[in-house]
Design a protein around this ligand. Structure first.
Ligand code: ATP
Ligand code: MG
Length: 332
């Protein structure tokens, strides 16, 4: 059955391998079968970069180039810009009244991000409430399927709470509930072994990284700190190199053999890292070349974003008009 899909990324930096396995790869497959919209979430990017708007504006076209470079096709997927869709902001304001501050504070992803960023008393109100703006994004397109990494599951749960509360209050099903869709690798760790590769943590490999940078990152990867001599038995769990081989090496039987060998002892980290480097270079080389070609014509990237955003403006405008009517606010 044809589904309506909404996903997006914050333009807080160029996209990385975590995005590739966590969602970009699925989007390329899904666009052939479903109605897919991908949102460049610049407003959400500003929630923790309010004092540095250039960081967000400078990365919008980088992200669009990343999309096109991995094979997202603007003829099949609507690519749009959050700040150019006023319906999303209006919906956010309606929904904010249906969510308590304590509920927002309980969102586990937001909670850990607040701790990571060390906000304490300087927590921007927009950051605490960004799950509500995400609910506005999803519902504005009446999306029922949202392909995401697992850090986003609490956002989907919160979106559905808002949907149910709104529909109950107005007495008609204006908003659509949605379901998360997790990829095979729903959380790629950072090269430092941290829980998640993330633009903000600087522990990633970007899709446009030059070959020598990719190699240096692989050689630096966190492995098993107790695997000191080649003949020592090594540990596979928590070993970033194996997480990446699982994510990027299509030959699963080969990875299983390597794991068994590593656990027995006799397989060195450097051999494994060379293997992973080869896999990543093969994957990234064509993406890097296409990305650079797209970025050489920024006018075309703007045109692609403009066309998708114009289409999205109609869809989101219709939905917010229905919301206004349901609230009895369509007086003027
Ligand atoms: P930031 O650090 O600015 O929040 P980010 O790297 O977390 O950036 P987002 O734009 O917040 O990237 O996330 C976009 C999408 O990519 C989300 O669906 C998220 O779950 C997914 N994603 C991000 N990082 C990873 C990862 N390491 N593994 C799997 N999915 C990921
Ligand atoms: Mg994030």
């Amino acid at each position: 059955m044809r589904q309506t899909i909404l996903t997006g990324d914050r333009p807080t930096g160029p996209l990385h391998l975590g995005h590739y396995v966590g969602s970009l790869r699925q989007r390329v497959e899904l666009q052939a079968l479903h109605d897919q919209t991908v949102l460049v979430a610049d407003l959400q990017g500003l929630t923790d970069n309010g004092h540095n708007p250039a960081k967000i504006s400078e990365n919008i076209l980088n992200v669009v180039a990343d999309y096109l470079a991995v094979g997202i096709d603007p003829a099949k997927t609507t690519l749009c810009l959050q700040s150019a869709l006023p319906a999303l902001s209006e919906l956010t304001l309606y929904y904010l009244n249906l969510v308590t501050v304590s509920r927002l504070e309980r969102n586990p992803t937001v909670k850990s991000e607040i701790a990571q960023k060390g906000f304490e008393r300087s927590l921007p109100a927009g950051f605490l409430t960004y799950p509500v703006s995400q609910a506005a994004d999803i519902t504005a397109f009446s999306a029922n399927l949202v392909p995401v990494g697992d850090d986003q599951l609490p956002m989907i749960e919160q979106t559905n709470e808002i949907v149910r509360a709104f529909n109950r209050i107005v007495g008609t099903p204006v908003l659509t509930e949605c379901q998360a869709m997790l990829g095979k690798v729903s959380r790629l760790p950072g090269i430092d072994g941290q829980a998640k590769m993330s633009k903000s943590l600087g522990n990633g490999i970007t899709l446009g990284a030059p070959a020598d940078e990719v190699q240096a990152a692989v050689m630096k990867m966190y492995t098993d700190p107790n695997h000191l001599r080649v003949n020592d038995p090594g540990q596979v769990e928590g070993n970033v190199v194996f997480s990446y081989l699982d994510a990027f090496c299509a030959d699963e039987a080969r990875v299983s053999e390597l794991k068994a060998h590593y656990q027995r002892g006799g397989l060195g980290d450097v051999v494994l890292k060379r293997l992973l480097n080869d896999e990543l270079q093969t994957l990234l080389e064509p993406i890097r070349a296409r990305r650079a070609a797209y970025l050489a014509d920024k006018g075309e990237l703007v045109r692609v974003l403009q066309q998708g955003t114009d289409r999205a403006r109609v869809v989101t405008g219709d939905l917010v008009a229905r919301v206004r009517r349901a609230l009895g606010l369509a007086l003027l």
